[in-house]
Write a protein that binds this ligand. Structure first.
Ligand code: URA
Length: 239
């Protein structure tokens, strides 16, 4: 039976980072099958019960899905306003999946859903700059100085965005609209909309087309597929 290090098991449950888990172990807060374990690196099998601060941790197998989120769906597992959530698409599966980050209610596109807390934490950590590619339909036509500003970084509130890639995919001079591809590494709240707003353009429609090396190929809105081991391992290499 596969055994794993205790700190890894705790981290995988999404309770703490591995470093924090090590501190919890050293502090005597962790029991394995009823015994306090303070030795780092102790290996545990999947049938042993791990308890942190008197709370048993969940040790289900890990599953990660690539989901094509439709517009009009909230990136949460529950909504107090009764709106449709991303979790509603996964009710046939026996796992409790959480979105990795979020896409706005009116944004469509690639969203990872996982029950692997450690992977989610890893991917959302600002230090791990996962490439995200968005396609926006904006009002108005970007001027060269605005494109330059977006590429260099714009001020959104107190935050200056990191360098981004900007590619104009289509211009409709009649309607005065443009389709623009924006590649960023960060994930601040409403970041893409705010970036365009900073150069005086409103986003009409937004979708996320890529997340790291993953894209939406083969999926239509509302569909998902499970990532294979190779893909999950590759995602973990961002560390
Ligand atoms: N940026 C936004 O403005 N909205 C999203 O949903 C994602 C990125």
């Amino acid at each position: 039976m596969a055994e794993e290090r205790l700190q890894k098991v705790i981290a995988q449950a999404g309770i703490a980072s591995r470093r924090e888990a090590e501190k919890m172990i050293l502090a005597g807060r962790v029991r394995v099958d009823g015994q306090v374990v303070t030795k780092l690196g102790t290996k545990v099998s999947s049938i042993e019960q791990v308890v942190v601060d008197n709370q048993p941790i969940e040790r289900e197998s890990h599953h990660t899905y690539l989901f094509y989120k439709p517009r009009g769906v909230i990136s949460a597992v529950k909504d107090n306003k009764g709106r449709k959530t991303v979790a509603d698409y996964f009710t046939d599966l026996p796992y409790r999946l959480y979105p990795v980050g979020r896409l706005d209610y009116d944004t469509s596109g690639l969203l990872l859903m996982t029950n692997d807390g450690e992977l989610a934490n890893l991917l959302m950590h600002p230090r791990n700059e996962v490439d995200k590619v968005y396609v926006a339909k904006i009002k108005g036509i970007l001027q060269p100085d605005e494109i330059k500003a977006l590429k260099k970084g714009v001020q959104i509130g107190r935050y200056k965005t990191k360098p981004a890639q900007v590619k104009v995919l289509k211009t409709n001079p009649r309607a005065q609209t443009q389709i623009v591809q924006l590649t960023i590494h960060e994930g601040h709240y409403h970041q893409v909309k705010e970036m365009f707003k900073a150069v005086n353009h409103l986003v009409d429609k937004l979708s996320r087309e890529r997340y790291s090396f993953l894209d939406l190929q083969g999926l239509t809105s509302g569909q998902y597929r499970e990532l294979n081991h190779k893909e999950v391992d590759r995602l973990k290499q961002v560390d």
